[in-house]
Design a protein. Structure first.
Length: 381
């Protein structure tokens, strides 16, 4: 078996290990959300960056070129992999409207056999080349990490903010067809929004992949690292689902336009508290948020994520609170009113229990110890 040292010629200087962190490369206008414990490698230019996994089995690299260098994503693929490309399977697709190509490539370097996924995004302003790979012996085990790193990439613009990642959009084009009309009773009125059953599957695929990362960190037995992994897990799901809520978000903005932020938070909480309690019956045990609101069912995590996404569409600040001691999650909202609050920085969030029909601000005394709750702040809010 080979580890990353077989391909160290691709990188230069190692820096300190990191908790999961979003890196915004302002000069080239993109962000990547790196898994916990990974190391960065310092490059001579921000146009080329590399990251290596905590166990040194996976490398993730980003390279940026001037937009005039290549005429298409297929041209990028052919030019940038010609010197080492071995067995390869790839396909062209659209990523947020841009021309993109995704390839699964097995290749040799030195005495080692490597395999990974290569992403090429061709734009007028810049071309982005991303690859994430491991030794062939580690490939199946590390595939969730390989895909997760690629899917964490986003170009910073209003057009790409909180849209599904490239891997998710390759799995199923975004936006979906919106050919299913879902209905809900909200504050005594029947309201409708468009959705797509295939988006349920695409979002669930992201959740199942990210749950594999969570299992890895759980097995490590490193509590701080696991807690950071937990935060990244929910953030990845939040980002993948946010724009899938666009139709519902527009409906909520219209229906609740005359209500205060607190009233909006209460109305949505009352609705979501009456969902059927269920889980996905998959490895993750978590239903996707878009499925949760469309079918009015889900557990505490699915409801909390759905609640925060809806509040986000209404411009209301919220966080998710999770606890492994309580084996539960609740929401917390930045609105006025009496009740239990969770302080975080300069904000004191009013807690919201999503699985019991209780008022905003109420929490059982048995779960009132704030130190046993982990705050999940949705990055980019």
């Amino acid at each position: 078996m080979i580890r990353i040292k077989a391909i160290m010629l691709l990188v230069v200087f190692i820096t300190l290990p990191l908790f999961g962190e979003e890196f915004f490369i302002e000069e080239y206008n993109y962000t990547v959300y790196i898994p916990e414990g990974w190391n960065t490698f310092d490059r001579t230019s921000l146009s080329e960056l590399s990251f290596v996994s905590d166990d040194q089995t996976v490398i993730f690299q980003t390279t940026v070129y001037d937009g005039a260098k290549f005429g298409s994503s297929l041209e990028m693929y052919e030019a940038l992999t010609v010197d080492f490309r071995g067995e390869s399977d790839g396909e062209r697709f659209r990523y947020n409207g841009d021309d993109a190509y995704l390839a699964d490539i097995t290749f040799s370097q030195g005495d080692g056999e490597l395999r990974g996924w290569f992403l090429f995004i061709n734009r007028d302003d810049r071309d982005y080349y991303l690859l994430s790979f491991s030794g062939l012996d580690f490939y199946e085990e590390k595939l969730p990490f390989i895909l997760s790193t690629l899917d964490s990439f986003r170009i910073e613009s209003e057009n790409s903010l909180y849209k599904p990642g490239a891997i998710s959009q390759f799995y199923y084009p975004f936006p979906g067809k919106g050919d299913v009309m879902a209905q809900m009773v909200l504050n005594g009125s029947i309201v409708s929004f468009q959705t797509d059953l295939n988006e349920f599957d695409a979002s669930q695929a992201v959740i199942e992949r990210e749950a594999q990362l969570m299992k890895y960190y759980q097995d490590l037995g490193d509590k701080p690292l696991f807690e950071e992994a937990w935060k990244r897990y929910y953030n990845i799901i939040y980002r993948d689902n946010y724009s899938r809520f666009d139709s519902l978000g527009q409906t909520l903005q219209s229906v609740l336009s005359g209500n205060s932020d607190r009233e909006k938070a209460v109305i949505l909480l009352n609705w979501i508290q009456n969902f059927k309690y269920t889980s996905s019956d998959t490895f993750s045990d978590l239903l996707s948020p878009i499925s949760t609101v469309s079918n009015e069912e889900g557990d505490c995590d699915a409801r909390g994520l759905s609640y925060s996404i809806m509040l986000g569409h209404l411009g209301i600040d919220s966080i998710l609170l999770v606890s492994w001691q309580y084996k539960h999650s609740i929401s917390a909202v930045n609105v006025p009113g009496d009740g239990a609050r969770y302080p975080l920085g300069d904000v004191s969030y009013l807690v919201g229990e999503t699985t019991e029909v209780v008022d905003l601000g109420m929490i059982p005394q048995s779960m009132a110890d704030g130190e046993k709750w982990i705050p999940v702040v949705f990055t980019g809010d």
